[in-house]
Design a protein around this ligand. Structure first.
Ligand SMILES: N[C@@H](CCC(=O)N[C@@H](CS)C(=O)NCC(=O)O)C(=O)O
Length: 243
């Protein structure tokens, strides 16, 4: 609980595997806010989750002084708006309106296009469809490479999309890094964020992975692979094959 504020996060039972929950946790960590983590189970959702997110019944949901906020990107923005008090870390969103709009655009792109394409690599079985998903993913990463180059146009290269500090787009994209790695391994593709194809993005990923305070939240890729194959493959009706 932060300075009289009550914060609860409805999250996932398996830590780190939901990029959306991870995103909310990263934002809370960057803000230095403490909160109560309430794990949810897909097969047995709590009354609190159903009451808090009656439309989608999905996590994460942040509950701030009893008021629920749904959708991971909105939670990140909300933390900045509602709890951007002095002492609660630096702002996550850029101050400049145009930079804010750009950060929001690319965060939505990562959410709606890039990650579904990447997860789609594992969900598609037909060779041709899978190759299409791989190309969509790599093309998305090339876009982000260009954006990162744009953010780092100054004389000294900025370490993050947010400049010297982790910002909105860093969190929006960084929560997918374990997934990119796991998908690359499971699909036998090698690194998806590959220094040979997208060198700036690969260097950013390396910096982000070890950055405080997000590094402690990132799951091990072995654990994530196990979750994908044991929990998600059956849900997606995918037979486990040895790669
Ligand atoms: N667009 C949502 C996606 C949230 C989402 O898909 N959450 C998954 C966990 S990874 C969930 O709650 N799944 C439960 C279900 O589908 O019933 C966000 O960004 O918060």
């Amino acid at each position: 609980m932060a300075g009289g504020e009550e914060l609860k996060l409805l999250g996932w039972w398996a830590p780190g595997v939901s990029p959306y929950v991870l995103r909310a946790q990263m934002a809370l960590a960057v803000k230095g806010l403490s909160y109560e983590y309430l794990p949810e189970d897909r097969w047995c959702k709590s009354d609190l989750l159903i009451a808090s997110n009656p439309v989608y019944k999905k996590v994460p949901v942040l509950i701030h002084n009893g008021k629920p906020i749904c959708e991971s990107l909105l939670i990140v923005e909300y933390l900045d708006d509602a709890l951007g008090l002095p002492g609660n870390g630096k702002p996550i969103l850029p101050a400049d309106p145009y930079s804010r709009a750009l950060a929001r655009f690319w965060a939505a792109y990562a959410n709606d296009k890039l990650f579904p394409s990447c997860a789609g690599i594992l969900k598609t079985v037909k060779q041709e469809e899978r190759a299409g998903k791989v190309e969509e993913t790599l093309s998305g990463l090339r876009h982000l490479e260009a954006i990162l180059a744009e953010c780092s146009k100054g004389e000294v290269e900025a370490p993050f999309f947010g400049g010297d500090d982790i910002g909105f787009l860093d969190i929006a994209l960084g929560c997918y890094l374990p997934w990119f790695e796991a998908v690359g391994r499971l699909a036998g593709l090698g690194p998806i964020v590959d220094p040979a194809r997208t060198p700036k993005l690969a260097a950013w990923a390396e910096r982000f992975r070890v950055a405080e305070p997000v590094k402690a939240l990132l799951p091990g890729v072995d654990e994530l692979e196990e979750y994908i194959t044991k929990v998600l493959y059956p849900k997606w009706n995918i037979a486990v094959t040895s790669n």
